[in-house]
Design a protein around this ligand. Structure first.
Ligand code: GLV
Length: 328
């Protein structure tokens, strides 16, 4: 009997393809070509599953054109590339890769915060450019992390990881804003106090964004929100492009309305707003918050486990639209 067919839409670990090949006929993209939507649709013909990475948009148009598709397994915790309503309507399951990246991503959020507040990237460029002629009392003075107020917008697992690092490791006062308040035990463990969004923006020395992207969270931070922040504050976005209005942020950084920003995600990435590339007080990284070898392997493994779990055993591990399972 022939094996069911799956597509791996981007280059991934060879071991992941080998694992999939034990159960499926696998078409992969190890050349990591950038496929248009039409090319993705063409390759999905006859496939029951697809391994996605967060860059491939799965919407009604694609689903209409791929009637045999049963599951899209994202190697990412965020799944704003999925139109989950359309997927549920088409009976297509989506899965994501939560938990396995939480601590690694929280580490990175903290690294970006430190690099931004202490002007590490900016000063390194200065040194490499041969501009360091003498010590100066105010050279690359930044702002303190220890003892400062950390404001976290989005208090899911990664937000909680950042809160723990700030409160327990750096003696920061942690405030947070979230759609719903954490229970008291979790607040105590994270040493975090719930506040309104405006209060957080007005009070925090460092604001870290970790909210999922949805139409409601689009431009959570724009010119009006930046205007509430302290002129000495830093803003860190490790959530998703589109959570921050990048054009408004570039203006604010240029005019020093806030001290600095650290961005790992961008509106329309991999394109970056050109004005962000010319302001010195921003640290820019190419969407690498979960990028350690063990974590990326664990994320790939989870996506593979979801494909095997659903297509072979009928039991996916981390479904994002479980209503599809109820229908089956
Ligand atoms: C990365 O951005 C992810 O959602 O896993």
């Amino acid at each position: 009997m022939s094996k069911p067919k799956v597509l791996v839409a981007r280059a991934i670990f060879p071991e992941s393809i080998e694992r999939l090949a034990q159960h499926f006929e696998v078409e992969s993209n190890q050349a990591d070509e950038v496929w248009s939507k039409a090319q993705l649709i063409a390759r999905l013909q006859g496939k029951v599953g697809v391994f996605t990475t967060g860059s491939e948009r799965i919407d009604a148009e694609l689903l209409d054109a791929c009637p045999g598709l049963k599951i899209c397994a994202n190697m990412a915790v965020g799944y704003n590339n999925f139109d989950t309503d359309a997927m549920t309507a088409h009976g297509v399951l989506g899965t994501n890769a939560p938990d396995v990246l939480t601590e690694t991503t929280a580490d990175f959020g903290f690294a970006l915060l430190m690099a931004t507040a202490r002007r590490i990237a900016e000063s390194e460029h200065f040194l490499r450019a041969g501009q360091w002629q003498k010590w100066a009392y105010d050279m690359f003075s930044g702002s303190d992390i220890h003892g400062s107020t950390l404001g976290i917008i989005g208090m899911g697992r990664i937000g909680q990881g950042i809160a723990r690092r700030g409160a327990h490791g750096f003696g920061m006062k942690v405030i947070y804003h979230n759609r719903s308040r954490l229970d008291a035990a979790l607040e105590a463990e994270c040493k975090a106090s719930y506040v309104g969004k405006d209060e957080l923006l007005k009070t925090a020395d460092h604001v870290v964004l970790v909210v999922p992207y949805t139409p409601a969270s689009h431009h959570t931070i724009g010119a009006a929100e930046i205007a509430l922040m302290k002129p000495t504050a830093t803003l860190i976005n490790i959530a998703r492009g589109g959570i921050v209005d990048d054009a408004a942020l570039a203006v604010a950084l240029k005019e020093k309305r806030i001290a600095a920003a650290g961005l790992d995600v961008f509106e329309g990435e991999p394109k970056v707003h050109p004005d962000l590339l010319t302001v010195p007080n921003v640290v820019l990284t190419p969407h690498i918050a979960s990028a350690t070898v063990p974590t990326r392997k664990a994320m790939a493994d989870l996506a593979v486990d979801n494909l095997i779990g659903y297509l072979v055993n009928g039991k996916p591990l981390t479904p994002v639209n479980p209503a599809v399972l109820a229908k089956n």
